[in-house]
Design a protein around this ligand. Structure first.
Ligand SMILES: [Mg+2]
Length: 241
């Protein structure tokens, strides 16, 4: 599939069936590269701190640290999960260290805020990061007061998306009905367990995932390129179209 123009929302459903939003009462959002643009490159700062953490832990150079970081991310869902499994890393030490970054690369976004505020029902965050950092990001984006709950990596007993156990913990922690919930993610692989649980899924295909895709993943109900554009493009009462 060719790269999407930045402001073109695409509505798609397998079999071209329209998706109704009438039944949705919980709107769940991933945090990083979803509630802010990957163009902010905020995750680069976390990535750098992860690399430095691994260099200290393993007493290795940056190249080896990078290899380990990406390997664990691929194999375990998060770098942290791999470090816990293979090196007995205390997740709290890791979380506090890698999220100790400045947030001056992101700013409040009035249009995103208006779009989120229109959505009827609870707005929630489901993130592989920790809730303290998530709250800082929501504050920096000027939307913290709109959100009624955060399911973070502590609430899932340090089990990350896309492990199905993380979604089971999230459902309990946030008290949601998956059949009445919509989940927005920049990483398509994290939508698979959500879809299996009956959630409506939105893939924010904003370039944060590397690799070329030549087909729409089956777990995607809505395929969009920009969150604020998509929210505006929805028919009333969800959007302004
Ligand atoms: Mg993300």
């Amino acid at each position: 599939m060719p790269a999407l123009p930045p402001s073109t929302p695409i509505f798609m459903r397998r079999g071209d069936m329209p998706v109704s939003l009438d039944h949705i009462d919980c709107w769940i959002f991933d945090l990083d590269n979803t509630l802010y643009s990957p163009s902010a490159k905020l995750f680069d700062l976390i990535d750098e701190r992860m690399g430095a953490f691994i260099m200290r832990l393993l007493d290795c150079d940056a190249v080896e640290a990078r290899r380990v970081q990406k390997l664990y991310f691929h194999d375990h869902g998060t770098t942290m999960a791999g470090l816990m499994r293979h090196h007995g890393v205390d997740p709290e030490d890791f979380l506090v260290d890698v999220h100790d970054i400045a947030l001056d690369r992101i700013a409040p976004d009035d249009r995103l805020r208006a779009g989120l505020a229109r959505l009827p029902g609870r707005k929630l965050v489901f993130t592989n990061a920790d809730a303290d950092y998530a709250a800082r990001v929501l504050e920096a984006r000027g939307v913290a007061d709109l959100f009624g709950g955060i399911c973070d990596i502590r609430a899932t007993a340090y089990t990350p998306k896309p492990d199905p156990a993380a979604y089971a913990a999230m459902i309990t922690h946030l008290g949601i009905d998956p059949a009445r919930s919509l989940f927005v993610e920049d990483m398509a692989r994290n939508l698979t367990p959500a879809k299996a649980l009956g959630m409506t899924t939105v893939w924010l295909d904003n370039g944060s995932e590397s690799g070329h895709r030549d087909h729409l993943p089956d777990q995607v109900d809505f395929h969009v390129s920009d969150l604020a554009d998509w929210l505006d493009s929805l028919p009333a009462p969800w959007g302004i179209s």
